[in-house]
Design a protein around this ligand. Structure first.
Ligand code: GA4
Length: 329
């Protein structure tokens, strides 16, 4: 793959020769209401580190309410939005992602899901009357976190790990270091004329946490990297959720599950809105392979806490393989 910078859309990364128009129809589909889901989740985590969830428990009104609040925020004047920025890492960010020079055709709000943090920070991030959006975020995040925990418990059962809350308790912990992100990818009409070029909305990366839950509107853009090295486009579905295995879950399964590399391409006509819950452990938590999954194997990773991993992640560029630094040689 060649990464170029196209003149005109100044200094934004572009991927060349990417057939983004063809959708992949092989994304594993997990029906949470079916009894055999736990085995299918394990298989999806092994093969893709990614799957789509239907028949979930999250009320549709929580998704639509938050979507309309997000649209209101992103439609406000830039000068207003900038009052909530820059993202350090929390707050409003525009085009700049992370502290190390990554850029994309995106604007976003990044929030901690820690309740104490939210109370004060919402006011400073989202203006004088943040109550409606705060409620919308809290309702949505609580429901999605509950679903993420159910999925992690099914995963533990599918892997035959006891107790079944080994993963979910990390998200349930009141000190859980979880994050919530609203991404808005404005349409970029200039890219229409360059048929084999695609502008990067959010550059390729893996998520450092345990599990990520993504919901988007009906605009395409999300791509995942398959084990065979091909990028494939994921058809959008506003009624479903997409689940990513994060780096921490890769480590806890001693590499049996791989965190999925993914990215978002900008669209020339439609704007894309996505909301992502990143479920992370408490800062002091040791991230290490679960003994019951090792079966006499050696750990592939050095010992580290989530605090150490996160600190190291914030020194990397988006596309870097962050886990390499923690692999045993
Ligand atoms: C990727 C996953 C989440 O969006 C995020 C991102 C974070 C940020 O935007 O502040 C990071 C990125 C993410 C990984 C490497 C570092 C940190 C930007 C960056 C260059 C909120 C996260 O936890 O890690």
């Amino acid at each position: 793959m060649v990464i170029l910078t196209k003149p005109g859309i100044d200094h934004f990364p572009i991927v060349k020769n990417c057939k983004s128009s063809s959708f992949f129809n092989g994304v594993p589909l997990i029906d949470l209401s079916k009894p055999d889901s736990k085995n299918l989740i394990v298989k999806a985590c092994e093969e893709f580190g990614f799957f789509k969830v239907i028949n979930h428990s999250v009320p549709m009104e929580f998704m639509t309410k938050l979507e309309s609040e997000a649209i209101k925020f992103f439609s406000s004047p830039l000068s207003e939005k900038q009052k909530a920025g820059p993202a350090d890492p929390f707050g409003y960010g525009n085009k700049k992602i992370g502290p190390n020079g990554d850029v994309g055709w995106v604007e976003y709000i990044l929030l901690s899901t820690n309740s104490e943090f939210n109370y004060q920070k919402f006011a400073s991030i989202l203006g004088v009357n943040p109550e409606t959006i705060r409620t919308a975020v809290n309702d949505y995040v609580s429901a999605v976190k509950k679903m993420a925990c159910e999925i992690l418990e099914m995963l533990a059962e599918g892997l035959n790990i006891h107790p079944r809350n080994v993963f979910s308790k990390l998200l349930m912990d009141e000190k859980s270091d979880s994050v919530f992100r609203l991404n808005h990818y404005p349409p970029c009409p200039e890219i229409q004329q360059f048929s084999d070029n695609n502008l990067i909305g959010f550059g390729e990366h893996t998520d450092p946490q345990i599990i990520s839950v993504l919901r988007s509107n009906n605009t395409c853009g999300l791509q995942i990297l398959l084990k065979n090295g091909h990028w494939i486009s994921v058809p959008p579905d506003p009624n479903s959720f997409f689940i990513n295995v994060g780096d921490s879950l890769q480590v806890m399964t001693n590499g049996r599950f791989k965190s999925v590399r993914h990215r978002v391409l900008a669209n020339s006509v439609k704007s894309r809105l996505s909301m992502i819950y990143f479920g992370g452990p408490p800062l002091s938590e040791k991230i290490a392979p679960l003994a019951s999954l090792m079966e006499g194997e050696e750990s592939l990773y050095k010992e580290f806490t989530w605090f150490e991993y996160k600190k190291s992640a914030y020194k990397t560029r988006l596309a870097d393989n962050r886990l390499v630094l923690f692999e045993k040689v």
